[in-house]
Every structure is written in structure tokens, then in C-alpha cells.
Design a protein around this ligand. Structure first.
Ligand SMILES: Cc1ncc(COP(=O)(O)O)c(C=O)c1O
Length: 473
């Protein structure tokens, strides 16, 4: 580690490490432009790489969110910290017009590990995450398909909160409109548990046996009978994350790929959450391939979240035959993020070398099996969906009507925290009329979750759920 030259080490340590006092907190809460800060302050982790975080009061909480599903190797993973500090001693930042060793190595590595038809594809990296990666994908699609004007997107999708991507997402409770709304055409996502065509089974993301794939017909009609010309592209999360942990059935993705191919529409997968190991495979595309032995890889894919194990990064990748963007078409000051690229490179190496993906399958199966068993005794558990450590538990008031049980989710997050575990929650589904659903609990801890930690997740899930249910009696 190099020594500081302007300040003493102790001065720097004081600036970063000194505990907060009440006054500092008060001022910050009063003057912060955002109002979303929670009551608790996270100050660190009991041990580098742990699945727990530590609060200001000294409480260790088992993190089933990996902090917005990003800290795939745990809190303050030491290998990532080391990679970032090492890189910081070489280049913290360079203008994006220059290549650097870490940039070249990462681009080549990513290109090599991409799934299906994306293999040996083209890469663009940014420092800000999923929204920018998707806007880049849109620019790539527009450059490669000059005929259309619009993009197909799906209900319950979330593709970010930039002013453009917010329009592609499920309605969010904003006090301002998103921009460019005329480019989106929305159709049904195959949410089998709540099928608009009333097929009844649809558990675990598997479609009802008698389903005739009307949702796919709807996509076909939307595209082929479309008054505004064939769309440029189609953006989909193969397994929806924010919308409720909903896997698209394989037949839907196969059909979608074929429709896009036949109509020369670019298929874009948003793998913000599913990429980099969360399903037990490096990408959801690979999970489908290994589970169903069929290649549903898209033309373009976007990645972020766990890509650099928590260091901010967004990635857009495209098939090898895709026309590239110029410097003016894909550019931002920080779009060659050296520290994040170093972290991403090391993350990939660890995922491959240390059987982390196997661990995801093992711990994920343990937790989902446990909750499925519990569901035999607790009817408020309506559906349990995976795969891997991409787990969603849907709460219902009644198994028959499947009426969402929002209050139970809210209570469960609360009892969980009290018991020492932080569970995640799905995005709010709202309407202008005030229609509101938020009933999916998420369990998406670090991929390095240990045996004893997954036991703890199961134990605390049962305890917290029972307490939450008892509070309604
Ligand atoms: C599926 C999906 N797409 C896109 C995004 C947007 O990413 P970001 O918040 O980095 O812009 C998110 C973020 O939650 C996401 O979950």
C-alpha cells in the first residue's frame, strides 16, 4: 500500500473511520435531497467477506439482500478490496478514449465467457449501472436496426430510473413523467402464478399444463399487426427481479426469440440481477440452457449489480456481428471505470475458480426446499420461486383467490430485522387509482453464503413469519 503524501495516515483514517455523532446525523437527515434514508446506519461488517453487516448500534444483521443484490462475494470482500486498492495505485481514472491493461483484460475476458450467440461479442462498460447499460443497448439497437421506431417491453418490468428507462418500467410513484414514452409498447409478461388467461397452476414459474401460450400470441400480434412499423427491439428480463421474482417459462423465451428473429427485431436481455451467478449459472441464459438444453441467448444483454461484487459498474454486450457505436454515441466521463473493471475481473476469476456457483445451487436449493415444506403448513405462502439464490416468496391471504397479502410482507420485513435478518421486498406495483401490490419477499444474499448462514436464514424465516402472522390474530 502506498503512503499518503498530503495528509498523515491517521488524518485520513479519522476522516473515514470516526463514528458518527447525533448532530452529524441530524444535519444529514435535514439536508439530504433524498428522503429514503432508513432509520438504521450501516457501519461495516463483522468480518471481511461476511454475509452480515453491522449497524451503528453494533447489531450484526444477516443480509438477504446483498445490498440491492450486488455484494455477491459478501460485505467488503477482501479480494475485491485488494483488487481495488491495487488498481487505484496504477490508474484510478483515465479518459475513456484510452485503453488500459485492466480495460483490455476485462473486455477480452467478458467476451470469452458470454453465453450462446453472444460469445466473442462486443463489450461496453460504464460506471453508473443498469439504466445507462440499457440506454446503451437501445443506442446499439437503433444503430443496427434503422427501420423501426419503438421497443417492446413487458408489464411488471423494471429497467431503471433514468428519465428514459423509467418509461420502460412498471409505473413508479413519481411526481414527474418519464421522457420518450412514445418509444415503448407494453405487453404481458408470462406471470404464470397470476395468469391473465386464468390458467390455474403456474407455480414456481412453471406454466399450467393446459396453457396455450396466449401471452406469446399477444406479443406476436403486438409485433406483427403493429401500426407503427416493426419495433426496433424487445427488452425483457428473462427472470423478472423487481416485479416479483418471476421466471419466464422456457417456451415463452424460445417463442420470443423466434418472433424477434423472424421480424428482424433485436432481442435485448436485461440481466441486471440474474447475471454473474445469482441463478447458479453465470447468466440466466445459461441457466435456461443447462436446465432445458436450448439456447435462448439474445442479441444484446445488459449487466450490472453483482458484476463487480458491489463496485459500481454497468455492462452492455452485443453479438459479434453487431455494428459498433462511435465515441460520440457511447460516451460519459467515467465510462472507463478502472476500479470497477479490476473488481469485475477478480470477481469473474473467483466465481469460476472457487465453486461459488455450485454453492449458489446448494444453498438456494436448501432454502427453497425448506420454504416449500413450510408452505405445507402455512397457507399464506402462496408460491416459492427460484432458481439459485434468486428466491421470491409470494404471500397471499387465500390460496384459492391468491389475493396478495401486502401487510404480511411489511410485517415480515420488520420482524425479520428484529430477529437479526434483513429480507428484501419486491417493487411496489401501483396505479393512478392507488391500486397497490407488494407481496413478494426476496431472499438474495451473497453468493458466498455459508452452510450455517443458510441454516440461519431458514430458522429466521420461519420464526419471523410465525411472529408476523401471530401479530394479525
Ligand atoms: C432488472 C433491472 N434492470 C435495470 C436496473 C437499473 O439499474 P440501475 O439502478 O443501476 O440504473 C435494475 C436496478 O434495480 C434492475 O433490477
Amino acid at each position: 500500500m502506498t503512503n499518503p503524501i498530503y495528509l498523515e495516515k491517521e488524518e485520513i483514517e479519522r476522516l473515514i473511520n470516526n463514528p458518527l455523532n447525533e448532530e452529524e446525523l441530524l444535519i444529514c437527515r435535514r439536508e439530504h435531497l433524498l428522503t429514503n434514508a432508513r432509520e438504521h446506519v450501516i457501519v461495516g461488517t463483522p468480518e471481511p467477506g461476511s454475509s452480515y453487516f453491522t449497524t451503528q448500534e453494533g447489531k450484526n444483521i444477516l443480509d438477504c439482500t446483498a445490498q440491492a443484490w450486488t455484494l455477491n462475494l459478501g460485505h467488503s470482500n477482501p479480494d475485491i478490496s485488494y483488487a481495488v486498492s491495487l488498481q487505484a495505485q496504477k490508474t484510478i481514472h483515465t479518459n475513456s478514449m484510452f485503453l488500459t491493461p485492466v480495460r483490455v483484460k476485462l473486455a477480452n475476458k467478458l467476451s470469452e465467457i458470454l453465453p450462446g450467440e453472444l460469445k466473442n461479442g462486443k463489450i461496453s462498460v460504464n460506471n453508473s449501472g443498469g439504466s445507462w447499460a440499457l440506454e446503451c443497448a437501445i443506442r446499439v439497437a437503433m444503430v443496427n436496426n434503422k427501420k423501426g421506431k419503438q421497443f417492446i417491453v413487458f408489464r411488471r418490468a423494471y429497467h431503471g430510473s433514468s428519465l428514459v428507462m423509467a418509461g420502460a418500467s412498471q409505473r413508479l410513484p413519481h411526481r414527474f413523467p418519464s421522457l420518450g414514452n412514445e418509444i415503448w409498447v407494453r405487453t404481458f409478461f408470462p406471470y404464470c402464478y397470476r395468469c391473465p388467461w386464468n390458467y390455474k397452476e403456474g407455480l414456481g414459474g412453471i406454466r399450467d399444463k393446459s396453457c396455450n401460450m396466449e401471452c406469446l400470441d399477444m406479443v406476436r400480434d403486438t409485433i406483427e399487426l403493429y401500426p407503427n412499423g416493426t419495433p426496433i427491439g424487445c427488452i425483457i428480463e428473462p427472470i423478472q427481479g423487481p416485479g416479483g421474482q418471476i421466471p419466464a417459462p422456457i417456451e415463452f423465451l424460445e417463442g420470443l426469440k423466434e418472433i424477434c428473429k423472424n421480424n428482424k427485431i433485436l432481442l435485448i436481455y436485461d440481466e441486471a440481477q440474474t447475471g454473474f451467478g445469482r441463478t447458479g449459472k453465470m447468466f440466466a441464459t445459461e441457466w435456461y440452457n443447462s436446465t432445458y438444453n436450448t439456447d435462448v441467448s439474445p442479441d444484446i444483454m445488459t449487466l450490472t449489480k453483482g458484476a463487480a461484487a458491489g463496485v459500481p459498474i454497468g455492462i452492455t454486450v452485443a453479438k459479434p456481428n453487431i455494428r459498433q457505436l462511435t465515441e460520440f454515441e457511447e460516451h460519459s466521463t467515467f465510462c472507463s471505470p478502472q476500479l470497477a473493471m479490476a473488481a469485475c475481473l477478480v470477481n469473474i476469476e473467483i466465481l469460476h475458480k472457487h465453486k461459488i456457483l455450485e454453492n449458489v445451487v446448494k444453498q438456494g436449493n436448501k432454502i427453497t426446499s425448506f420454504i416449500k415444506e413450510l408452505a405445507e403448513k402455512i397457507p399464506e405462502i402462496g408460491d416459492v420461486r427460484g432458481p439459485g439464490l434468486f428466491i421470491g416468496v409470494e404471500f397471499v391471504k387465500d390460496r384459492q383467490t391468491r389475493e396478495p397479502y401486502n401487510d404480511l410482507l411489511a410485517k415480515m420485513i420488520h420482524t425479520g430485522w428484529k430477529n437479526g435478518v434483513y429480507f428484501g421486498e419486491g417493487m411496489q406495483i401501483t396505479s393512478t387509482a392507488g391500486y397497490f401490490i407488494q407481496n413478494v419477499l426476496k431472499i438474495k444474499p451473497p453468493l458466498t453464503l455459508k452452510d450455517e448462514e443458510s441454516d440461519k436464514v431458514c430458522e429466521l424465516f420461519e420464526k419471523s413469519l410465525k411472529e408476523a402472522l401471530a401479530s394479525f390474530k
